[in-house]
Design a protein around this ligand. Structure first.
Ligand code: KIV
Ligand code: NA
Length: 264
């Protein structure tokens, strides 16, 4: 079995093939997603909401993510595994190195951090020390209290241009993947075209290089609510494995996300 690598993901973008991704938090689901052929699994700090029942991702700790990363790694043979750096675990470069080391030792192949230009020095430092980095722009949930709620970002032309510039700065600093969350579809397209590296969208329209969903949203079993950009594949298929297969298929053939699951 050929493992998915960061260069494999880049090749997919270059070939115009969509990258499929889900969050995972334990070995059993990771194994099942892996067997269905998912490209990447993210141990997201969304676990604060879907596993711990919190209102947002802020209470999640580095040890929480490390614990779940170990579980996902144990269940995964083929997919690329990346893990979230939680709130305030990357406030300074030195602190980031120590915390990223915990996630890499737990089995992550890349760490993800929310934010723009201010992270460039940290990203360079991580790369030099052997840690690949995924960026995260748009609606960055750790900043929910700055935004004043979970709101679509980059709606006006100025903000959209600013986001494109931030994305380019992150790429120049060394990120090898970018998650783009809750932005208008036009901006999702523009960012994906502006970058060489793959852009994985969630609520960012159909033109990003790939898609990611929180697994609990994709199964329609999230504790609190279902975001507009998610789709319940379990109710459609009535079977966990078929739900994953259907999600992968619809991302690959461009059926998901439709306008109903996107922002204009
Ligand atoms: O924590 C998470 O699940 C995420 C994805 C929504 C991209 O960051
Ligand atoms: Na996250």
């Amino acid at each position: 079995m050929k493992k998915v690598t960061v260069s494999g993901l880049l090749k997919k973008k270059q070939a115009g093939e969509k990258i499929t991704s889900l969050t995972a938090y334990d070995a059993s689901f990771a194994k099942m997603f892996d067997e269905q052929g998912i490209d990447a699994l993210l141990i997201g700090d969304s676990l604060g909401m879907v596993l711990q029942g919190e209102d947002d991702t802020l209470p999640v700790t580095i040890d929480d993510i490390a614990y779940h990363t170990r579980s996902v790694r144990a269940g995964t043979q083929r997919a690329f595994v990346l893990a979230d750096m939680p709130f305030m675990s990357y406030a300074t470069p030195e602190q980031t190195y120590a915390n990223a080391a915990k996630l890499m030792a737990a089995g992550a192949s890349m760490v993800k951090m929310e934010g723009g230009r201010w992270l460039c020095e940290t990203i360079q430092g991580l790369n030099l020390r052997g840690v690949p980095v995924c960026g995260h722009l748009g609606l960055t949930p750790q900043s929910v209290h700055v935004f004043g709620g979970f709101k679509v970002q980059g709606r006006d032309a100025d903000k959209a241009q600013q986001l494109i510039e931030e994305a380019k700065a992150l790429e120049a600093a060394g990120i090898q993947l970018l998650v783009l969350e809750c932005v208008p579809s036009s901006l999702g397209k523009a960012v994906s075209e502006a970058l060489t590296i793959p852009v994985i969208g969630i609520g960012a329209g159909k033109d990003t290089d790939g898609q990611i969903l929180v697994m609990h949203d994709m199964f329609g079993i999230s504790a609190n609510y279902m975001p507009k950009f998610s789709k319940n594949y379990l109710s459609e298929t009535g079977d966990l494995r078929k739900a994953v297969q259907q999600y992968i298929l619809e991302v690959q053939n461009g059926e998901f996300p439709s306008a109903e699951h996107s922002f204009e």
